[in-house]
Each structure stands twice: as structure tokens, then as C-alpha cells.
Design a protein around this ligand. Structure first.
Ligand code: NAP
Ligand code: G3H
Length: 471
């Protein structure tokens, strides 16, 4: 497979390539263009130059043009899922679900864009009799969209479509693992005849071209999803200070009582191990009491033993991790916990980047696994003294993305939900972004700003007021 970067409605025909490695067999899955500094600045120039005309195109015409792009995504949905599945080792079925979910998000985005109505205000409540203000939402200008490897379709198009439909132009940088599908989306945009320059796909390795991209002075707004380290770095070097950042998480599941433990164990295991735990919203620690843990751990073990380990075409639960370096990192967390006397209930080992589903009991506060995000198939269990201590440990984390509370007592659950410092609390369910229309946000190291359909449209536009003074 070979896909080119797209700048100004054309494929970039240089001779430099970036090879994309298939995590399932470590062989080259394909290659994409590796862009030069000059080509990257050209992408921003054309995005800037095409923005005014695009923003002046009627909303319904913009939707009509973008609808062709959306329909091509639908017509190619199997191919898109296959490419994605190959380069990030996500199960084929899960990849298809990701594409379908994204098509729904796009449709919803078109509808919501029609409802970004202007606000008309008078000053009469303040005794100002002669003013009429009309406040419309206008595009911010050039949007830089940077996506992570784990949802290369959903977390890319959830930025691209809201930006374009509101009259911004886009420079899109996919993750290296995720570039084949990212650049293929670029090819579909050519087939859809989007006006040249409004959507540009820049490919290359983040550590080589990242700074050239993020420091470009043409950018008005950045929508970034990825790790805390890259997010913080980007914040420090970009000239615009207008961002939405979606970063890491260490989502806790607080199990408050021993009711429905079988059902809850199933839900926790699904939340922790889907796509080998490589989800920002994966359950990344269980917080409970000794007494409950004695009953819960055997049930978690029963569920973990059922997980199918394999390769994407067989749609297993556990697939190879994105690369060996990431698996090595998970191993250091598990080994540290083992050395400090945690009990490995299941798994704990790996062959290269294939990490066994791993359940670790008796994790304590001095272990890295209690605090760091593994982004792999590992679930630590912390046995605590009280519900008060569960809240304390949940809130002590640097992260604040989501949390889950499992309890039959809805009054207690709501009380605790209010005490947890994070973006969203799920009662009696795993942590989860979807449905994509929900506002999605993290606090502390988990990010800033809000995603979601309406929220993305709002973040990529600003109020522009015109005030009429009359007599
Ligand atoms: P990552 O390594 O931070 O990469 C994210 C994106 O940034 C990729 O496109 C990457 O390109 C690019 N990048 C790397 N260095 C850069 C630089 N100096 N300047 C600009 N861009 C640069 O993250 P990842 O491994 O793909 O994703 C996993 C992380 O994302 C986890 O921490 C996870 O929790 C987080 N995540 C958060 C959310 C959320 O909504 N909160 C959702 C999904 C994932 P290359 O691939 O080419 O390096
Ligand atoms: O990695 C982060 C994704 O946005 C998670 O989405 O919780 O719906 O699987 P999800």
C-alpha cells in the first residue's frame, strides 16, 4: 500500500517515504509520503489562502460538498476498516464499528452545524434602549488536527468535519501508525472534489516534523489527541494558544458493594481490556475494599480467562500492542508491582508486543501501576479501607478523564460521582467516550477543552458581534 500526502488538492509526488509497520508481524504494511519542511509550510499557506472563500460559501453548499466526501467514506468503509486493522492491529469488526460510528458522528455534525444560530440581543434589560446586537459564530481560520494511533478514523474525522463544515480549513497530521488510513481519507477527499487547499494531509514522523507543524504561525486553532508529553510540548511551542487537548487517563472503577458482582466483573473486564487496553477511557484501576475484592477478584479472573488472544482478522479481545516499546513499558510497570509484592493473578508476560491480559491484585500506592497509564492490557486492583479512601485515591491521580462507580445504592453513587474530580462519571457502566454526541473532556493532565459534536463546532468557531445603534 502506498498513499501520498495531500496538499492543495493534489498528491505530493516526492521521493521520500515513511514505512508503516504492521504490529501483527512487524513487516512493512505500506508507506506514506514523508514531507519536507518546505512542503509542510506550503500546506499551511494554501490552507490560509483558501480559507476566506470557503468560509464565504453558504453553509448548505459546504454541507453538500462535504456530503460527497462522507458518502465516499461510507462506500469505502470496508477498505478503510481493513487498512486501519492492518496498521494498528485493531480487530476487523471493531474497525468496522469505528467507521460506522464515525459516519453517524458526521451526519450529526451536519445537522448540529445548521443549529449554530446567531444570537440577537438588545440592551434593554440594562436600560440601554438603542442597541441591537447580532452575534454569529464565525470560523477561527486554519485548524491543525493531530490524531493518535488508537482511533485513527474516529478521532481524525471528529476534528476534520466540524472544522470544515464551519468554514475553517484544515491541516491534518495523522499518527504514524494510522497514516495509511489517514492518507487514504485524503485520497477520498480528492475524489470528492473538495475545493483545493481546504483539506491537507501532512504525513511524516511526529518526532521529526511535529515541531515544524505545531510552530507554524498560520495556525489559529489546534485540536490534538494524544499523550500528555506531546500535548504539553505542543502547548509550549505553538504560536496559537487556542487548543482542545485530549490527553491520557487513569480511569478508576470504584466498586462500592457486593451486589451484582458477576455483571460488574464482566463490565469492568470489557472496559479494561478492549483493544488491549489501548483506549484513553479504558478502566485502568479498580478501587475497592478488602472484603469486596475477595469476592470480585475471582469473578474478574473468570472473565479475563475467557478473553481471546490473537490477531485482528480473528476479532480477538487481545491483539498485539502497537509496538514493542509500548509493551516494554507495560512490562516495567508490571515488574515494578511484582517486585513490591503485588500478586499477579493472571498473565504478566509478553512475547514481543503481544502482552497477556494481566490482572494484578494487592497493588499499593508505592507502585507505579497505581498511578501511571499503561495503555496496555493490565488491570491493577487496589484494596482500600473505605469509600472515603477510594475517593481520595481516585482524586490523587494526575489524570482526570473519566471514572466508573458500581453500586446498587443510586443515592450513594450520585453523592460520590459529585466528589470525583474528572470529566465524566459513569454509574454502573464502564468508562467510555461514546455516544459521540456526549460532551467529552478531561481535567488536570487529561487535557483541556471539550470534544463532542456540538462542543467541537463551538470550539472551532468564535462569536463575532455586530451592534446596530439606532435612535
Ligand atoms: P502520541 O505519541 O502523543 O501521538 C499523538 C500524535 O502526536 C501523533 O499523531 C504523533 O505523530 C503526534 N506527535 C508526536 N510527536 C509530536 C510533536 N513533537 N509535535 C506534534 N505532534 C507530534 O500518542 P499516541 O501514542 O498516538 O496515543 C496514545 C495516547 O493518546 C495515550 O496517552 C492516550 O490516553 C491518549 N489518548 C487520549 C484520548 C482522549 O480523548 N483523551 C483519546 C485517545 C488517545 P507520530 O505518530 O508520527 O509520532
Ligand atoms: O481512546 C479514546 C477513545 O476516544 C475512546 O472511545 O471510549 O468510545 O471507546 P470509547
Amino acid at each position: 500500500m502506498e498513499f501520498r500526502a495531500i496538499i492543495n488538492g493534489k498528491k505530493v509526488l516526492n521521493d521520500n517515504w515513511l514505512e508503516i509497520i504492521n504490529p501483527s508481524d512487524q513487516k512493512v504494511a505500506g508507506r506514506v509520503t514523508a514531507l519536507s519542511e518546505k512542503e509542510i509550510s506550503e500546506a499551511f499557506e494554501v490552507a490560509r489562502n483558501s480559507q476566506l472563500k470557503w468560509s464565504q460559501t453558504k453553509l448548505l453548499d459546504r454541507i453538500m460538498v462535504l456530503k460527497k466526501f462522507r458518502d465516499l467514506i461510507e462506500n469505502n468503509s470496508l477498505k478503510i476498516a481493513q487498512i486501519m486493522s492492518l496498521e494498528i492491529a485493531k480487530g476487523l469488526k471493531d474497525s468496522q464499528i469505528e467507521v460506522q460510528r464515525t459516519l453517524e458522528l458526521i451526519d450529526y455534525t451536519f445537522e448540529e452545524a445548521k443549529r449554530l444560530n446567531p444570537l440577537a440581543l438588545t440592551g434593554e434589560e440594562f436600560g440601554v434602549e438603542n442597541k441591537l446586537g447580532v452575534f454569529s459564530r464565525v470560523p477561527k481560520g486554519v485548524v491543525l488536527a493531530i490524531s493518535p494511533f488508537n482511533y485513527p478514523v474516529n478521532l481524525s474525522l471528529a476534528k476534520i468535519f466540524p472544522a470544515l463544515v464551519t468554514g475553517n480549513t484544515v491541516v491534518f497530521k495523522p499518527a504514524t501508525a494510522g497514516s495509511l488510513v489517514g492518507a487514504f481519507l485524503g485520497e477520498l477527499s480528492l475524489e470528492a472534489n473538495l475545493p483545493p487547499g481546504i483539506f491537507n494531509v501532512v504525513t511524516g514522523r511526529g518526532r521529526e516534523i511535529g515541531d515544524l507543524i505545531t510552530a507554524n504561525p498560520q495556525i489559529n486553532f489546534i485540536s490534538f489527541t494524544g499523550s500528555v508529553g506531546v500535548g504539553e510540548h505542543l502547548k509550549s511551542i505553538s504560536q496559537t494558544k487556542d487548543f482542545v487537548l485530549e490527553l491520557g487517563g487513569k480511569d478508576p472503577a470504584l466498586v462500592l458493594d457486593d451486589q451484582n458482582l458477576e455483571i460488574n466483573a464482566k463490565e469492568i473486564v470489557a472496559g479494561a481490556f478492549g483493544y488491549s487496553g489501548q483506549r484513553c477511557t479504558a478502566i485502568k484501576r479498580v478501587l475497592t475494599t478488602d472484603e469486596i475484592a475477595d469476592k470480585l477478584v475471582p469473578l474478574l479472573l473468570k472473565e479475563v480467562k475467557k478473553l481471546k488472544v490473537g490477531y485482528p482478522n480473528d476479532n480477538p479481545d487481545i491483539v498485539p500492542m502497537i509496538d514493542e516499546k509500548s509493551a516494554e513499558f507495560v512490562q516495567t510497570l508490571v515488574d515494578d508491582a511484582k517486585e513490591k509484592k503485588a500478586k499477579i493473578i493472571f498473565g504478566g508476560n509478553r512475547k514481543k508486543n503481544m502482552f497477556e491480559p494481566t490482572l494484578v491484585d494487592y497493588v499499593t500506592k508505592d507502585m507505579k501501576l497505581a498511578w501511571e497509564e499503561p495503555f496496555g492490557p493490565v488491570l491493577p486492583i487496589l484494596r482500600l479501607k473505605s469509600v472515603g479512601e477510594m475517593i481520595e485515591i481516585a482524586n490523587e491521580s494526575n489524570f482526570g478523564l473519566q471514572a466508573s462507580i458500581f453500586s446498587r445504592d443510586i443515592n450513594q453513587a450520585i453523592k460520590i460521582a459529585k466528589a470525583l474530580n474528572c470529566g465524566t462519571v459513569n454509574i454502573n457502566g464502564k468508562s467510555q467516550r461514546g455516544p459521540d454526541s456526549f460532551p467529552f473532556s478531561g481535567i488536570k493532565d487529561s487535557g483541556m477543552g471539550v470534544q463532542g459534536v456540538r462542543e467541537a463546532l463551538l470550539s472551532m468557531t468564535r462569536f463575532k458581534g455586530i451592534v446596530i445603534n439606532y435612535k
